[in-house]
Design a protein around this ligand. Structure first.
Ligand SMILES: [Zn+2]
Length: 256
């Protein structure tokens, strides 16, 4: 378990990764979190294509079957955060009202919105759409965090002493939090305002954790974001003459 607050046990099922591939499109290695408490089993975002077997195992390692998940909360409707929603057959699905409207309006063939996963969401029998300051789960509120997409939501889990702010792609990784700039934004001024808002939430209570969509969780030390834990990403390459010939390329930070 990563942390316990506000009546929830929080696990990071899949850690986000701050990076891009050189010649194979977006990596889309995004954060997936599990929150258990108040009688609910909630998953935040679903990760990308190719993740299903890993995600299934990460859930089972914690004694959870996909059918046990009562709530799926989506930050925004990019492919690397939503395409695995069909795994959670019993879940109530929560998405931003403005985000859904925006995504449904994207033309077929959009580079980032997975149209054939988004359209059925609109007619999903257990879909809930939310806006600013609405409660998505007991003690967890949604807040508008536009810039990356127009209807992006972040979520505040309020604890007694510190909070957990689930920002996903409102600030994808540490560099965006520190610089106030993002490398994917439809309007840099809107992104900058959202990142300022994240900092306001962050500084309210000492020890508050921010969990970004493509990085490790972070806390503030002397007002600087410090990553918690270490990055465990890598690629197993098969360049040899036997399937047992494997080369591991670690993708951690230089010098780590
Ligand atoms: Zn995104």
């Amino acid at each position: 378990m990563f942390m316990q607050l506000g009546g929830y046990e929080v696990d990071i099922l899949v850690g986000g990764y701050p990076g891009k591939s050189l010649r194979h499109g977006g990596l889309g290695w995004s954060t997936v979190a599990l929150l258990r408490g108040h009688g609910r089993v909630a998953v935040l975002d679903t990760g990308s294509f190719g993740l299903r077997r890993y995600l299934l195992q990460a859930l089972r390692d914690r004694g959870v079957e996909p059918g046990d998940v009562t709530d799926l909360v989506l930050s925004h409707l990019h492919y690397d955060h939503v395409v695995n929603w069909p795994m959670f057959s019993a879940a109530r699905i929560t998405v931003g009202e403005a985000e859904l409207r925006w995504a449904l309006d994207r033309p077929i063939g959009d580079p980032l919105v997975p149209e054939f996963y988004v359209r059925p969401l609109a007619d999903h029998p257990r879909l809930t759409t939310v806006g600013e300051a609405q409660e998505v789960l007991p003690g967890i509120t949604a807040h508008l965090a536009p810039g990356h997409t127009p209807g992006h939501l972040m979520f505040l889990l309020a604890g007694a002493e510190r909070d957990l702010l689930l920002v996903q792609d409102a600030a994808k990784y540490r560099a965006e939090l520190v610089s106030g700039r993002a490398d994917m934004t439809y309007d840099p001024a809107v992104t900058a305002a959202t990142i300022r808002r994240i900092w306001e939430f962050w500084r309210r209570k000492p020890g508050t954790v921010v969990l970004p969509g493509h990085d490790l969780p972070m806390v503030l030390e002397a007002d600087r974001p410090v990553r918690m834990g270490r990055q465990e990403a890598g690629i197993i390459a098969l360049f040899g003459e036997d399937v047992a010939d494997r080369t591991l390329f670690g993708l951690g930070p230089a010098g780590a």
